[in-house]
Design a binder for this molecule. Structure first.
Ligand code: NAP
Length: 308
C-alpha cells in the first residue's frame, strides 16, 4: 500500500490498487494527509475483526473534494473520514447528514449506502468518551474552559459542550473576536434553567493571566485546543502557577508523551491527559458506524502508540 493516493488514482482505483489484498475500501481525505495516524489505527481494527478491507490516505485538494466523494460508491468504498481542511465542506456534499453532525456543522465520517453518502461527526462524541475513560466524568456535569476557541478543534469541542449543555463554558482565544463570535453562536444552547453558582453560564474572555486565574477558580476541566505544544520546543500554554489541584486538564494534542501542559498540571497537582484518547475514540466511533459492531480498542490504541 502506498503512503498516500491521489484523485487521479481514485478515478481509476481498480488499476491503481490492483495488487492490494485485502482491497483498499476506506480512506481518510485530507490536505495535507501524510501525517494522519488513522490508517494504522483502522487497519489494526480491520485485521483484528477479520474484515477483508484496508484503510488508506487520500491526498485531496479542496477543489477536488466533491469529485473524490462522489467516486466512493463507484469505487466500492465502505466509507471515509474527512480531516483538515475538508470537514466543513463535506457537509454540503452529503445526501443525508445525521442530526448531531448537522448541529455541529462538520462531517468527519462518511458512510456509503448504495449510491448515497451519509455524513456523521464523531469528534465531539469521541471527546465525551475520552473524558469518561481518562477522568471518569461526564462533560455535561462540568464547568469547562476551552483554550483556543478560535480554531477548528476548539469550535467542535465548544459545540459539543453546548449540545451536552455543560454547566458552564468559558471560551478563551488569543484573538478574542473569534471566541466572541463563537459565544454568540452558542448562546441559544446556554439559555435555560440550569444554573451552577454565580456568574454567566457562557462567557468569552481575553487571554490574560489575571482573568484566567479568576476563571479557573470556577472551572473543573480545561481543554487545550490551541496548537501550542505541538512542537516539543513549545512552552506550556498555561503556566503551572495559575493551575490548581482541583482541575482536570485535557490537552487535545495527540502524542505518546506527556505534553508541556501536562507537566505543568503535574507541578500544580492537577490531573491531566493528552489527545490520544480523543483520536482513539473518534476512530472507534467511526468504525462502529461503518461496521455496526464494537471497535477493538486495545489494538487500535497500540497501533496509535506505535505511530506517535
Ligand atoms: P487551528 O484551526 O489552526 O486553530 C489553532 C488555534 O490555536 C487557534 O485558536 C489559535 O488562536 C491558537 N493558537 C495558535 N498559536 C497560538 C499561540 N502562540 N498562542 C495562543 N493561541 C494560539 O487548529 P486545529 O485544527 O483546531 O487544531 C488545534 C489543536 O487541536 C492541535 O494541537 C491539534 O493537534 C488538536 N486536535 C486534536 C484532535 C484529537 O483527536 N486529539 C483532533 C483535532 C485537533 P488564534 O485564533 O488567535 O489564531
Amino acid at each position: 500500500m502506498k503512503e498516500t493516493y491521489t484523485l487521479a488514482e481514485l478515478r481509476d482505483w481498480g488499476a491503481a490498487t490492483a495488487e492490494e489484498q485485502p482491497p483498499l475500501r476506506l480512506a481518510v481525505f485530507g490536505d495535507p494527509v501524510a501525517h494522519s495516524a488513522s490508517p494504522p489505527m483502522h487497519n489494526a481494527a480491520l485485521e483484528k475483526c477479520a474484515i477483508a478491507a484496508r484503510y488508506c490516505r487520500l491526498h485531496v485538494h479542496p477543489e477536488e473534494l466533491a469529485e473524490a466523494l462522489r467516486l466512493l460508491p463507484k469505487q466500492g468504498f465502505i466509507g471515509a473520514n474527512c480531516t483538515i481542511p475538508h470537514k466543513a465542506a463535506a457537509l454540503s456534499l452529503m445526501d443525508r447528514v445525521d442530526d448531531h453532525a448537522l448541529r455541529i456543522g462538520v462531517v468527519n465520517t462518511v458512510v456509503v449506502e448504495g449510491e448515497r453518502l451519509i455524513g456523521f461527526n464523531t469528534d465531539g462524541p469521541g471527546l465525551v468518551r475520552a473524558l469518561r475513560a481518562e477522568f471518569g466524568v461526564d462533560l455535561r456535569d462540568l464547568r469547562v474552559m476551552v483554550l483556543g476557541a478560535g480554531g477548528g478543534a476548539g469550535r467542535a469541542i465548544a459545540m459539543q459542550c453546548g449540545i451536552e449543555k455543560c454547566e458552564r463554558l468559558v471560551l478563551v482565544n488569543r484573538t478574542l473576536d473569534k471566541a466572541r463570535e463563537l459565544a454568540a453562536e452558542l448562546a441559544p444552547l446556554f439559555r435555560g434553567p440550569r444554573v451552577f453558582g454565580p456568574g454567566e453560564r457562557l462567557e468569552s474572555v481575553p487571554w490574560e493571566e489575571s482573568v484566567l486565574r479568576r476563571q479557573l477558580e470556577h472551572t473543573d476541566l480545561v481543554i487545550n485546543c490551541t496548537s501550542v505544544g505541538m512542537k516539543s520546543s513549545d512552552p506550556s500554554p498555561l503556566a503551572s502557577a495559575i493551575l490548581q489541584p482541583h482541575l482536570m486538564i485535557y490537552d487535545t494534542i495527540y502524542t505518546a508523551r506527556r505534553t508541556r501542559l501536562m507537566l505543568a498540571a503535574d507541578e500544580a497537582g492537577a490531573r491531566s491527559a493528552n489527545g490520544l484518547s480523543m483520536l482513539l475514540h473518534q476512530g472507534a466511533l467511526s468504525f462502529e458506524i461503518w461496521f455496526n459492531r464494537e471497535a477493538p480498542l486495545a489494538e487500535m490504541r497500540a497501533a496509535l502508540l506505535a505511530q506517535t
